[in-house]
Design a protein around this ligand. Sequence first.
Ligand code: ATP
Ligand code: MG
Length: 330
Amino acid sequence: MRVVSGIQPTGNLHLGNYLGAIRQWVDMQDRAESLFFLADLHALTVVIDPRELASNTIEMAATLIAAGIDPDRAILFNQARVPAHAELCWLLQGTARMGWLNRMTQWKDKAGKNREGASVGLFTYPVLQAADVLAYQATHVPVGDDQKQHLELARDIATKFNQDFGVELFTLPEPFISPAAPRVMSLRDGSAKMSKSDPSDASRINLVDSDDVMAGKFRKARTDAEPLPAEMAGLAERPEARNLVTIYAALAGTGGDAVLAEFAGQGFGQFKPALADLAIATLGPIRDRMVRLLDDRDHVAVTLEKGAERARTLAGPTLLAAQKAMGLQV
Ligand code: ATP
Ligand code: MG
């Protein structure tokens, strides 16, 4: 089993990234050969500030290490330092079809009405994602449900490439959907997911937030005036309340019904402080470790470079085989 997953070094990591992705990565590194990367090439699909991108990459790597990714067990690197990602992406652009990419909901969401002004990279982003996993012959890709469609596309690209060139080169990656990985919603709007790119900082708990900031954001989180019911079924029409209970359950490592068994009949005046305490107990130590790691940014950079070296070694043979299959090598 080989697992590959990436995260964009844009903005701050938030509670959704932690519960939905990073915590699963930490579990994964003991069970599978794991490659985790900072997707700095993906970040180029939107307007970036080069200095910010470089520092974000280091900061995010430090956050991942602080959250429990062990760079000796997992291979941790930034994508740009492994040229096979971009090279294979180009090779796969001949295989991917416009129609396939046009159907991607993330493209539609992110480009919005401004398709003409969107970068070409934003459109071809899922092809780079396909290259990210196919370059390593990943068997499994941990995906939140916002990424299922892109993994399906990677499988389609792999299948068509193998057929078109009469090779059995690319492994078809399976989705790995952890039942313990919730979809965390915005604290301001229960119908939108918590996101780095949400302009409202109050919509998310950042992993770098101080204890007071976290507590304040939970206190101000949008809710309703009803007390909590005894079961999750009672929250079907209350997305904001459901989100807070889901977050509590995920942090506590239990289910929503178990949380409600404890808080049934209580209002948010009691629930929110309990939730804040739990979040602070989990995320506070991660933040403090991250701050210590960032005292020596060069050390983090060296760690990433060592990971990139290992990743280049793994991706090399697949890239070469793809080139041969396409007549690029005599
Ligand atoms: P952006 O708004 O820039 O897309 P993002 O917050 O969605 O940022 P990504 O870098 O796209 O973050 O996603 C990194 C990982 O975190 C992915 O595995 C994704 O599925 C997961 N993830 C992102 N947001 C959430 C969320 N709200 N709940 C659960 N998982 C999430
Ligand atoms: Mg996203």
